[in-house]
Design a protein around this ligand. Sequence first.
Ligand SMILES: CC(C)(COP(=O)(O)OP(=O)(O)OC[C@H]1O[C@@H](n2cnc3c(N)ncnc32)[C@H](O)[C@@H]1OP(=O)(O)O)[C@@H](O)C(=O)NCCC(=O)NCCS
Length: 146
Amino acid sequence: MRQYGRVDELLFRTGRADDADVLLRFWSIAAENSGRPTDTREAVERLLDRDAEALIVAERDGRVVGTVIAGFDGWRYHLYRLAVDPGERRRGIGRALLERAEKRLVRWGATRLDAMVLADNSLGQAIWATSGFSPQPEWRRWVKPL
Ligand SMILES: CC(C)(COP(=O)(O)OP(=O)(O)OC[C@H]1O[C@@H](n2cnc3c(N)ncnc32)[C@H](O)[C@@H]1OP(=O)(O)O)[C@@H](O)C(=O)NCCC(=O)NCCS
């Protein structure tokens, strides 16, 4: 059995109104940034204003080392911005974030979670696969830029 002792030293918390700048810096180095528009301060502030609890942050000594957004729009349950500091990977932080995200969404009635994963993101696919997610090849995302 794998020990996740170091995860116990982390603080897991939800989002705070003043998180935007630190998150933008963190995601610029830790998140999967291909294939999507650049994050903006306004967009992050909108999330924190609308549902700060959707953001789950892992911190070590006040430093952000991981994030996930567990969003509920009233109908479906989506996970976004699963990211772990490159120097802190493979220590169970991603798994611990997903466990907390799942608990939050189950409290809102979730019976199914989803995440968008780039087809060539093997790191991402590894953690989703081991966490019980599987791809739905029969679906494609359709988008309309505004
Ligand atoms: C994907 C990511 C969040 C994983 O975070 P992490 O803290 O390293 O993951 P964990 O240590 O909790 O790993 C959980 C499991 O995922 C799988 N996994 C994670 N990293 C892996 C790797 N490099 N190779 C193979 N499997 C891996 C393993 O099954 C692992 O369990 P194990 O260590 O007991 O074998 C991290 O690599 C990351 O931030 N990647 C860049 C951003 C990204 O791609 N996010 C996903 C967007 S869809």
